[in-house]
Design a binder for this molecule. Structure first.
Ligand code: PEP
Ligand code: MN
Length: 343
């Protein structure tokens, strides 16, 4: 932290600030400039409250120098984090493609879509069993039955699965059935859920809240990591803006912003960002060009009959087109689209 004194601050006022700093067991380093004095503070383990100094006589500004996060930060872990989920690499050079329906609707539907995405090179099957819906009258997901369907399809098709844990009541059950636990945008700051996810024994995919800053996203990930879970993948899924040509606005810049600060992998969800099928492929490619480590994308073979998010689901042909495009783009970006031996 740096405390900048006003130009007319006198020696007594500087001394008073130094005293408050030292009373807290910290070190004060007054730096006399040509026009004003600034006081650097070192030795702080946690956050020093700016409010302690803000209203002291002679203080102009209190600047937070170090970041409030630790474990997610590149300062603590310089290399990109790479981890494996059921043989699938997340992070590093390899791109990871997670695809599937918004909701698990039936065994037949999930199996059919899983086969389609696998045939086109996807690595992980997505599908919600517990759905966060804006309206209580919308389809809420099949719940436990959905988890059981996912587990069956996982077995039959040989793809690891990701599904959302909507609250702490279902978290353990979800962790038991899935390879990756998804924390949805609406739950990004559900701190109780984040802590529990940090202890669930599974990798966690953490979606950015629709009005969360990158710092807030990283602090949410810090909650999960602080519980001992190092396998966190972030997901940019679009934020609320005034734009009405898409459901949300994919904040592509958040991807390099996260990479600069954090070692954690970050993927993009072009489906919830776009809200409309026709924009999903262009947004996917934009995200990958921006450094995204992969995609989480909705696919449905009968989107007109889908119980949620049909309008943004890629048709099988659209998903094939996307994968073909990624195969062409990956080498240009020095990335690899791995093809794992099928089981
Ligand atoms: C989803 O992935 O189906 C979902 C509900 O996403 P989000 O939390 O980003 O809205
Ligand atoms: Mn959805």
């Amino acid at each position: 932290m740096l405390i900048v004194m006003k130009m007319d601050a006198d020696a007594k006022q500087v001394e008073a600030v130094v005293e408050v700093v030292e009373e807290r067991g910290l070190k004060a380093h007054p730096i006399a400039g040509a026009q004003r004095t600034a006081i650097g503070i070192t030795g702080n383990i946690g956050i020093v409250e700016p409010a302690l100094f803000q209203d002291m006589p002679g203080v102009l500004e209190v600047i937070q120098v170090s970041h409030p996060y630790k474990l997610v930060s590149r300062e603590f872990h310089q290399e990109d984090s790479v981890f494996e989920v059921a043989g699938v690499k997340i992070g590093g050079t390899d791109l990871v493609i997670m695809a599937g329906p918004c909701s698990v609707e039936s065994y037949e539907q999930t199996l059919e879509i899983a086969k389609i995405i696998k045939a086109n090179g996807a690595h992980i099957l997505r599908g919600g069993a517990f759905k966060p819906r804006t309206s209580p009258y919308s389809f809420q997901g099949l719940g436990r039955e959905g988890l059981e369907i996912l587990a069956r399809v996982r077995q039959e098709v040989g793809l690891p699965v990701i599904t959302e844990a909507l609250d702490i009541d279902v978290l353990d059950e979800v962790a038991e059935f899935t390879d990756i636990v998804q924390i949805g945008a609406r739950n990004m700051q559900n701190f109780t859920l984040l802590k529990r996810a940090g202890r669930c024994g599974r990798p966690v995919l953490l979606k950015r809240g629709m009005s969360a800053t990158v710092t807030e996203l990283l602090l949410a990930a810090e909650y999960v990591m602080d519980q001992g879970n190092e396998q966190v993948v972030l997901c940019e899924r679009g934020i609320r803006t005034f734009a009405d040509h898409t459901r949300n606005t994919l904040d592509v810049a958040a991807i390099p912003a996260v990479h600069r600060i954090s070692h954690l992998p970050i993927i993009a969800d072009p489906s919830h960002a776009a809200g409309y099928r026709d924009k999903v492929v262009p947004l996917s490619l934009a995200a990958l060009a921006g450094g995204s480590d992969g995609l989480l994308v909705e696919v449905h073979d009968h989107p007109d009959r889908a119980l949620s998010d049909g309008g943004q689901a890629l048709l099988p042909a659209g998903f094939k087109e996307l994968m073909d495009e990624i195969r062409g783009l990956a080498p240009v970006l020095n990335r690899r689209l791995p093809e794992y031996a099928t089981s």
